[in-house]
Each structure stands twice: as structure tokens, then as C-alpha cells.
Write a protein that binds this ligand. Sequence first.
Ligand code: PLP
Length: 426
Amino acid sequence: STERKPLTELSGEDLARLESDLAAEFEEISQIGLGLDLTRGKPSAAQLDLSERLLGLPEPGDHLAGKTDVRNYGGITGIAELRALMAEILGVRPDEVYACDNASLSVMYDLISFALLFGTEDSPRPWIEDTDRKWLCLVPGYDRHFAVTEKFGFEMIPVEMGPEGPDMDEVERLAADPAVKGLWAVPIYSNPTGLTLSDHVIERLAKMETGAPDFRVIWDNAYVVHTLAADFPKAANVLEAAANAGHPNRFWQVCSTSKITFAGAGVSFLSATESELAWYGKHAGVRTIGPNKVNQLAHVRFFETAEGLRQHMQLHREILVPKFEASRSALEARLGGYEVASWTDPEGGYFIDLSVGDGTATQIVEMAAKAGVALTPAGAAYPYGKDPNDRHIRLAPTMPPLDEVEKAIDVVGLCTLLCAVRKAQA
Ligand code: PLP
């Protein structure tokens, strides 16, 4: 790519030659019917195999968590051993964590539905009584977050992510509106940008004055231990920061073992102040008598300690790093030097965010589909599925085997370049 020139510097003749070469290649690949899939950020089978031992835990005869028989009903807080383990990972106190059932998405859905129906401890009335409800969404972000707030009738307001987080002046300006009830954030290795919020941004989120007295940040630490490096990021203690700033209940933090053990059979966690957890337990305790404590004990036996969990994540890393490296090389090989796209080089998480020419993401996704590579729909990382610049494509390289990742990303690069060349010709 060193001899390549930016597309803008190519002559009409050069562009025409490039277009015809790429178009021929595209046709050839389309004939093959590749059937590759880069859509969902799921762990691969090899990653799931790392946790196979969980299927035999806890062993017959091993039922006790403290004095609790995990096979029986009850215990809305989750078992103490696992709460303590995750508290250490999150840098909070064990009594600031509940261990729940398998999906943190359900916990997030619960939190918002409880606030809507009953109000939080800080709410003058249930949120549902305010027909004008708004929610701030850092973009690009996680489509399933946006699906929840859309379903519950919030008007979603996008705020663009920069390298250290959102423009906090903008967030503060928007949050001054009493109709704005909260904000979605993925603080570490965000989906899909891989970005991590800076300490400065976190401090301002904790401190900022909001129009709504019951403003909440859903602090989705889904990727807190999902490093692609030897070191682990330090999770900021947002509960402490918020308490110091005089807004103790501001953060509802969640995470899960979905991408640590089994995506369909892990354990999720809610971390908040003790009073906020009691509020959650009061409402959640009506819809369930208690979570799956057998699975929670299985996870305690499996990891043993927070350090055990971190070591386990290093095994994931060994599987994932080659896929991210292959993705980067494939993008560089196809696109490097032409100045038609840029892509993130994440230090953790599950995604690469490919930024293409304005107004071309949808077309590139369609072309890739024709060439046998399924991509997440363009716009999915934005509220209502609408990327105003039609620029972002989320690439999820974790699930397919390495050779398929290489091939699929190469096809994405080809489609991106072909699209850019045609745009330059137009
Ligand atoms: N939060 C984020 C940011 C995610 O990317 C995902 C899955 O992709 C989830 C939550 C889902 O978590 P869970 O499996 O615990 O519901």
C-alpha cells in the first residue's frame, strides 16, 4: 500500500482501471457463494469450550453457599461468594452488587420498566406519567440498548463519541432538560467503537447537574475484563464518584459473564448503592423468588477468585487476538493508502468500527451481502437504526474461525474500495 495514492489523486483513467479490476474480482467472489457472517458479537465455539468444565459444576453433593442451599428458592441478592468476586472486578464493595440471572440486558430492561411503572427512590412520580421522556445515547452504540428505550417510548438523543468519550458540554446541556431521564454508556471497550471513557468524562458524568432529580446513567460494563492486551483496564468506582458529587444513586452499573463463560447461561450483575439495590430487589422480588443460584455457585467453583476469572479471560484473549490482527491486516491490505476509510484498532471488546465515505455504508453492506458476507445493518449502532451520515459499519470478528474472518474482512475491504472508486468517478 506504500505505493498507493489517495483516490482523490488518481486520474480518471487510473480510476477506471481500478474500477474494472475490482468489479471483476467482486463478480468472481459473488459466484462462489461464501456464506460468511460478521454480524453478531458472539463468542466462538472455541471460546465456549474454555468453560466446558462448568457443565459439571457444582458437583453432586456440593450445594452450599454459606448456609444457603443453592438448590432451593430465595436469595434475591444472589450468593455472597459471587457478589464478592464480581465486586473485586468492578472495584466496589460486595454489598453494592447483586448477582442475577443470565442476561444483563434483562436487568437493564427491568431497571427502566420499574422506574417507568413505580418511579425510582428519587422520582417525584413514575416516569410513565411524563409523556415527554428523553434518553441520551452515545453513538455509535449498542443497538439493543436503543431498542429498549425505543420500546418504552423515550425520544432518543444521539451524542457522538470522541476518543475520550462524548462532548461533555453537550451532554450537560442536554441533561439540563427535566425530560431527559438518563443516558446509556458502555464505559470500557465500548460496542462498537472499542473506546473507553476517560476519568475526566466519568467525573463530569458523576458531577453534572441534571434537570431530572432521578436522572440515571446505565453503566453497562459488558466488556470490563475483555482485554486484548496482557493488562486489564481499571474499572472506575462510579458509585464512590457519584456519592462524592452528591448524586449517590446516579449510576446503575451492570455486567455479565455472557462473554466470559456461556453467552446463554452465564450470570449477570447489578451494582448500585445499597438503597438502590434494595429498590431493585423490592420490585424484582415480585417477579421471581430468586435467581439461579446453582449456576452462580457453578461460577464460583469455576473461577474460584477474581484472579481466576482474569486468567480465564487471558485464554479468551489468545483466541481473539489473531482474529483482530487478521482483520486489521486485511483492512490495511485492501484499503491502506487510498484514504477512503478508517477503522478502530481496539484494545479490548468485541468489535471493529469501520468508517467509510459518507453516504456509502448502506451500499457497502448490500454489496457485501451479494458477495456472500453478512454484516450488521448499516445504522444499527444509532438510535432508530439511522446513522445520519451513513458512515459506520460494525465488524464482529469473534465468532467465525480465523480463516473465515480473514476472507470476510477482505470482502468488506473490496466492497468498501469499489464503492469509493465509483463515488470518486461519479
Ligand atoms: N451490553 C453490551 C454493550 C453488549 O455488547 C452486549 C452483547 O453484545 C450485552 C450488553 C448483552 O449482555 P447480556 O448477555 O448480559 O444480556
